[in-house]
Design a protein around this ligand. Structure first.
Ligand SMILES: Cc1cc2nc3c(=O)[nH]c(=O)nc-3n(C[C@H](O)[C@H](O)[C@H](O)COP(=O)(O)OP(=O)(O)OC[C@H]3O[C@@H](n4cnc5c(N)ncnc54)[C@H](O)[C@@H]3O)c2cc1C
Length: 409
């Protein structure tokens, strides 16, 4: 095995893998490398407090929970996570309850992303790992050379000047999300992406209010989709389909609660259980999926949102990010332990089919919960959607396939 070594001064670090980004992808990778005795340093643009309170995802797939458990990363989610085994669709006032847990023999665990991140940071740092918070990476050099060099700037309030620091490493893991710098470091002639924009938006909300039911609700309404996803006993995430061009100011609180009640109505009645609460986050998300088909360039490997973003439909983004890191860590470990770089060199080839399978499921589900009919015959599309929901509530292969894909078996 190659010896783990880091040589650090205040402004110069030498490590084996430089990890850019302390989100789920970067932290899982860093922990796996640390466990295998491979040195790594994580560079994060924001403060620790910021990343530990940034609310986003909440649904962890069965296979991801199993993976986190196997590696000893699941203490918090085992203590506080809540298991979900049914989801509900609503259309034309009818409820369609899908017991996907029963069909698949597995469950989702609901545990907010900021808690996952916080647990992983705590574990990595307690075990002696280094994360440089408030250190945005500004440049990466040498991706085709023997050593790569990551340049970052210290923005720590404790340090008086915005000192530049350098991290020299064998490899760079780009785990810096969709707007990060690592993907942008790949020359454009070596880079290809495939994108789908659906022309719709979701108003994503977090509210301090208990969910009206314990399960996820997907309401398919003529005014557009509405969703309710429990996060904690006190906080619920809601989604309302809107124009991708809408601004937050187009959605005052009164309009939000009235649309939620209307779109989630059962049997022609407003969802009276839908009580208003304090809205703590409100933003418009454009529904789109983007896949970077170059997940590796020289010494750079992209993982998670840095490589692909997927619409929030089906709750797959964080799960896919963690799965990338699981694979990438294994490839690094094989390289350092056995001197075999085959798995690393096949990273893109091995990950892309899984990425596309996940995008395919999310695309299918997006078309189920939105009426995307462009021919003007929305009634025909609604009938098809009703037929699909009826099949989902049955016990056949269609329902089985949904259950397995949705829960991530
Ligand atoms: C409203 C919403 C709901 C969602 N719901 C779900 C869900 O239920 N289930 C699910 O699986 N997914 C969901 N997702 C998607 C999920 O949040 C993302 O897929 C996930 O965060 C990806 O993790 P990541 O580590 O790849 O990237 P990120 O979490 O984006 O982490 C990247 C990190 O890199 C840092 N960074 C960026 N640039 C730099 C730089 N130059 N230098 C240093 N650091 C940098 C960032 O600050 C960030 O901390 C949701 C997303 C949103 C927005």
């Amino acid at each position: 095995m190659v010896k783990c070594h880091s040589e650090n001064t205040d402004t110069y670090f030498r490590t084996q893998v430089g990890v850019v980004g302390a989100g789920p992808a970067g932290l899982v990778l860093a922990l796996l490398l640390q466990q295998a005795g491979i040195s790594c340093i994580v560079l994060e643009r924001h403060t620790r407090e910021y990343v530990e309170t940034r609310a986003r995802a909440g649904f962890l797939e069965h296979r991801i929970v199993e993976f986190l458990r196997r590696n000893g990363f699941a203490k918090g989610l085992d203590l506080h996570g809540v298991q979900h085994t049914t989801c509900e669709f609503r259309l034309e006032g009818r409820q369609y309850i899908v017991p996907y847990g029963e069909m698949s023999g597995c469950a989702h665990t609901v545990y907010p992303q900021q808690f996952v991140v916080s647990d992983l940071i705590e574990l990595f740092m307690t075990r002696g790992g280094t994360i440089l918070f408030s250190h945005p990476v500004v440049k990466i050099e040498g991706l085709k050379d023997d050593k790569a060099v990551i340049h970052c700037q210290s923005q720590s309030l404790l340090e008086h000047s915005a000192a530049e620091k350098q991290v020299e490493c064998d490899f760079v893991a780009g785990c810096d999300g969709f707007h990060g710098i690592t993907r942008a470091s790949i020359p454009s002639d070596h880079f290809s992406t495939v994108t789908r924009q659906y022309g719709i938006g979701w108003l994503a909300l977090l509210a301090e209010v208990p969910a009206s039911t314990e399960r996820v609700i997907y309401a398919l309404h003529e005014s557009g989709f509405a969703g309710q996803m429990p996060r904690t006993p006190q906080v619920t995430r809601y989604y309302l389909e809107c124009s991708p061009l809408d601004k937050q100011s187009d959605w005052p609180e009164e309009r939000i609660w009235s649309e939620l009640r209307k779109r989630m109505a059962v049997d022609g009645q407003g969802d009276d259980e839908q009580i208003p609460g304090k809205i703590i986050e409100r933003r418009v998300l454009e529904m789109r999926s983007v896949v970077t088909e170059t997940m590796q360039y020289g010494k750079l490997f992209l993982a998670g949102d840095a490589a692909h973003i997927i619409t929030p439909v089906g709750a797959k983004g964080m799960n896919l990010a963690i799965a990338d890191s699981e694979f990438l860590a294994e490839a690094f470990i094989t390289y350092y332990r056995e001197g075999d770089g085959t798995q690393l060199s096949k990273y893109t080839e091995m990950r892309l089919p899984h990425v596309w399978q996940t995008i395919e499921f999310s695309d299918w589900m997006l078309r189920l919960i939105h009426n995307l009919d462009e021919s003007g015959n929305r009634t025909f599309s609604d009938r098809l959607r009703r037929a699909r929901l009826e099949r989902l509530c049955g016990q056949g292969d269609y329902a089985q396939s949904f259950a397995v894909n949705y829960v991530g078996k």
